[in-house]
Design a protein. Structure first.
Ligand code: MN
Length: 705
């Protein structure tokens, strides 16, 4: 067979400028990746798509100054190399920005490349420009489009995911406030979506990139610590796995053992939520055993056989065995997880997977296609999830942000498994209640649900289900939802159905008391209903000032906004939800009075606003200050004589900080202390906590506000 590349790279097609050589070379690399894959070799159409896109984007440049066409080439390369997709998706990736950014239309694409490629390009076009437009309603509409396109051809979302990944990899050349907006959306929508689709590698990379731009300092610190500890970690892991290697060899396994490091973002999240230092995160240590297997019937048995190797000579953590081989996660993930005690008393997480399981874990549903023919006809768990999304779309929320939160609940949750009385298995997000289960089975069952019965015991609607529960739903014809029900459930589907019901019932306000009784609305609920509606419609930036009051001069959103704590009449204010201090990573939103509302970058409320109100974002930095801020820290330790004096001495003498309040409680040997004081910067508080940890017996010291 002749070399399939050469006929398409004739000098006539390629220019001679140095820039053009770079473009042609990078396309050649793309083709080489494609030819190295298992796909049929449809080089011709890919070449045609490249020429078409190159011509269409001619003269256009990215913000970095590069020729624009390098972006679609890079996206196509992610599509083939990291998502394992074939020629249709590669062409769509090459053409993905043509309709959006050039004069060519969908019809032009269809005429040249057929309707399938045109459909994907159109789908990607509809959802680009950021999922989030400037107004919340636009944003929800775009999001709805994304989910709809996903339920027709998942390749639309996969190409979009590749596009986002490349944009995140090259985010450095964007303006800072754009960086925040794009990083925010990535954390809010794309990373959870990647997780849902089982694209774990891409999920971790997206999270790490977003983290790097949002908290550059913390990102660097964690990466440094990970690098510093690498040698030691390798030694520990090697010592841990060497007896396992021997057992695997003796049993005739062909395998690969990988030592895995937790991602920077997961380490950061764990440090923040558990308020522990880097050194205490035990699952920084992780090992993956991937074994070759050509007989599907033996896959499960082999996993458990390898499991037994770890039980010999290692202490296993009794609560950390996860069998996702027998019951896969909803995103298709399968593996056996265990945690064993390694050298130096370090817990090490072990993941046991066949090669196939590993590829599915890394590539998600893209890999399923590799193993199954015509998987689109297959009723997979993902299809079930998408059907849920379709149902939510059919009953959309009136408020855009609310709608996003509703969907997000479904994106983030991990699953529990429960059974009906007949033994049917249902997958629900963890945290689901009896009411959620009722709605998951059927809307009518949900709307009339009274209680549940688990192993002969009656439980209320709000009872949280555990994996393995066998649940009977008890209904009554006279039962109907009240606003309080929204708090009784966890799933987007149930909440959405209850809201739809309540909205219909909302007209109760103009009905007579008799009519109210007739539709069964209890009097006490009416006021509650109205306040609920108000809450749904509230705009987080609506002005608190009365009409006629002075508005500040417009704020230039493209410039860094400086926060001067000494300013007597500042045109910014620090939000109370996260109480930022000088030195914290912060960002601002310009409100309707052209004032800057300041949040910590890590504040969950800011995270939500960031993706919804990206156009109001302004990058903020702290200026110099001489005044002080109130801060509170929490200290935990083992009680001993004189410890309190030492704490007070450190704070008030060594640090010269005046303590404003102090609250101490002791239970048996353990004491807890909350202390408030005025301080100049967040850095001082961090230094103080660091020093407190050096006092004998102190186990924990961290700023709480
Ligand atoms: Mn693009």
């Amino acid at each position: 067979m002749p070399d399939p590349i050469s006929p398409f790279l004739l000098p006539s097609a390629a220019g001679t400028s140095p820039e053009d050589k770079i473009v042609e070379a990078s396309f050649r690399e793309l083709l080489e990746c494609y030819l190295a894959s298992n796909h049929r070799k449809k080089v011709e159409v890919i070449e045609k798509a490249f020429r078409f896109a190159k011509e269409a984007h001619k003269g256009a440049r990215r913000r970095s100054g590069e020729p624009y066409i390098l972006h679609p080439i890079a996206v196509a390369r992610i599509v083939v190399e990291e998502l394992g997709l074939g020629s249709t998706s590669i062409c769509a990736a090459l053409l993905h920005d043509v309709v959006e950014d050039t004069d060519y239309t969908r019809d032009d694409i269809e005429r040249n490349f057929g309707s399938r490629i045109a459909d994907i390009v159109e789908g990607v076009t509809k959802i680009s420009g950021g999922i989030f437009g400037d107004k919340a309603s636009v944003q929800a509409e775009n999001f709805r489009k994304l989910l709809l396109s996903m339920s027709t051809d998942i390749r639309v979302v996969l190409v979009k995911m590749a596009d986002r990944l490349h944009n995140m990899r090259t985010l450095g050349s964007m303006r800072p406030e754009k960086q925040f907006k794009i990083a925010g959306e990535t954390l809010y929508v794309y990373a959870p979506l990647a997780h849902r689709l089982g694209l774990s590698k891409i999920k971790y990379e997206l999270e790490d990139l977003a983290f790097k731009y949002e908290h550059p300092q913390k990102y660097r610190e964690i990466i440094e610590k990970v690098n510093e500890t690498e040698e030691h970690r390798k030694a520990i892991v090697e010592q841990f796995v060497s007896p396992i290697r021997k057992m695997l060899d003796d049993a005739g396994f062909k395998y690969e053992i990988k030592a895995r490091v937790k991602s920077a973002y997961s380490i950061y999240k764990k440090m923040e939520t558990k308020k522990i230092p880097f050194e205490e995160i035990y699952d920084v240590y992780a090992v993956r055993v991937i074994f070759e297997n050509d007989d599907d019937a033996l896959e499960k048995i082999k996993c458990w056989q390898i499991y037994t190797f770890f039980t010999e000579g290692h202490r296993l953590h009794p609560e950390r065995l996860r069998d996702w081989v027998s019951v896969p996660k909803a995103n298709g993930y399968r593996a056996l997880h265990l945690t064993a005690m390694g050298p130096e008393g370090k817990w090490i997480e072990v993941q046991i997977r066949s090669r196939k399981m590993d590829e599915i874990a890394e590539l998600g549903y893209a890999a399923h296609w590799k193993y199954k023919d015509g998987v689109s006809e297959d009723e997979t768990e993902l299809d079930t999830w998408m059907n849920t999304i379709k149902e939510i779309l059919a009953h959309p929320e009136p408020n855009a942000l609310d709608f996003l939160d509703t969907i997000k609940l479904n994106l983030f949750s991990s699953e529990i498994y429960v059974f009906t009385p007949k033994g049917d298995l249902l997958t629900l997000p963890s945290g689901s209640t009896v009411l959620d289960m009722a709605f998951a089975i059927h809307s009518q069952l949900g709307l009339h649900c009274m209680a549940g019965k688990i192993s002969h015991k009656l439980v209320p609607l709000s009872h949280q289900l555990q994996s393995g529960d066998q649940v009977e739903i008890i209904t009554s014809n006279t039962q109907s939802p009240t606003p309080a029900w929204i708090d009784y459930c966890h799933t987007a589907k149930a909440k959405s159905r209850i809201r739809t019901y309540l909205r219909k019932a909302e007209n109760v306000d103009i009905l007579s008391p008799e009519e109210l009784d007739q539709i069964g609305a209890p009097a006490g609920d009416r006021e509650e209903k109205k306040s609920l509606v108000r809450k749904l419609l509230r705009n987080p930036f609506s002005s608190k000032k009365k009409r006629g009051e002075r508005r500040s001069a417009p704020i230039d959103r493209k410039k860094v906004f400086m926060l001067y704590p000494d300013d007597k009449e500042p045109n910014y204010h620090l939000e109370s939800c996260c109480s930022p201090l000088p030195g914290d990573d912060v960002l601002g939103f310009v409100n309707e009075d052209e004032e800057v509302v300041v949040h910590k970058v890590s504040c969950p409320i800011a995270m939500r606003l960031k993706s919804a109100y990206g156009s109001r974002l302004v990058v903020t930095k702290w200026g110099a200050s001489s005044s002080n801020f109130m801060s509170t820290i929490a200290i935990d330790g083992l009680d001993r004589h004189g410890i309190l004096e030492e704490i007070v001495d450190l704070v008030s003498h060594k640090f010269g900080i005046d303590i404003r309040s102090m609250n101490i409680s002791t239970r048996q040997e353990v004491f807890h202390c909350d202390m408030s004081f005025h301080v100049d910067t967040a850095e001082t508080v961090d230094n103080l906590c660091e020093s407190l940890l050096h006092l004998k017996g102190i186990k924990f010291a961290k700023r709480t506000s």
